[in-house]
Design a protein around this ligand. Sequence first.
Ligand code: ADP
Ligand code: MG
Length: 353
Amino acid sequence: MNAKINLVSKYIFVALLVCLPLSLENCSTDRVELAEFAFNGSTMGTTYHIIITGRPIDAQERSAIATSVDSALLDFNRIYSTYEDQSEISRFNRNESIHPIPVSQKLLQVVAAGQEFCMASDGAFDITVMPIVNFFGFGFKLGENRFPTVDEIDSWLQLTGCDKLEVGDSVLTKSDPRITIDLSAIAKGDGSDYIAKFLMDKGHKNIFVEIGGEIVVHGHNKEGELWKIGIDRPTFGGSPGADLQHVIQLTNKAIASSGDYRNYREVEGKRISHTIDPRTGSPINHNLASVSVIANTCLLADGISTSVMVMGQEEGLSWLEAKDDVEGLLITREPDGSFKEYMTSGFKEYIFE
Ligand code: ADP
Ligand code: MG
């Protein structure tokens, strides 16, 4: 089989597998190629890739679609970006009030989702993790080149936790003026859901939307098949798509991944991950190298994958297995350098190769 890779992302890439004799229109053995419009850009400190297949789309419409997607993503950044000084989240973080703070419905919805992940994961997922993220250099501040003291960790633990923020109908209330939030773990997933809905509402039925590795797919690829998505082997320094653990096939679903091998720093000679365990105030420290989660929305897949990444292989796998309509693949790094995989019982149905 000839695997043509047409898209590379953070942990996941799409391999369009050509030469399969399946037709979308009539399911005969004649291969029907759908027209394809693919475009990409940058957002949320990463890249996005979008593919629309089906009817031919002329240059004028292509440009209108690309422009509206770009502007929707700019709107996203104006709400969620902790790197933008004037974003709504940055203003909220600077607001040192313990009185209810009015926020937009968009920010409120994602914060509410974050709080649900926090409670469902017993605090493994926690949007109040910002001070710890910043200390280690994965936020908007340059990180320290040392490990924190016990006192510093203690002070963060006073400012983190699901109970530190109350979600009202149109307001958020901090329990301490110093509480700050970070939605980076779910903003890309939410953005992918948003852009997918935007395109579907415009009548596009066959779409692939990926922001920083978090993917939503509907309908079929240009060969009229299910979308094929590659899951990287979690090798430090490996380029996306160069070495695959699996190719999965998917439609009308979302997939998101978390990993320890793309975004990390070295501190005092030790490699530290951008995923923080808010319960200990430290970066995760176990052998789970990556998690890929399939769910009905990308927001769900994204929040769940980060939660599992914090929990580690054993706790993460059983937590995932207990969830309906959610499947996952976990890859651990073994002492001899090899990888071992674990999956929920339904995940294998998605495996193409
Ligand atoms: P990944 O794809 O590996 O999940 P993301 O960019 O989606 O990476 O999420 C990682 C980011 O989420 C970190 O850079 C940090 O800003 C934030 N984060 C880290 N640990 C947690 C946590 N336990 N709960 C919520 N957000 C976290
Ligand atoms: Mg994520």
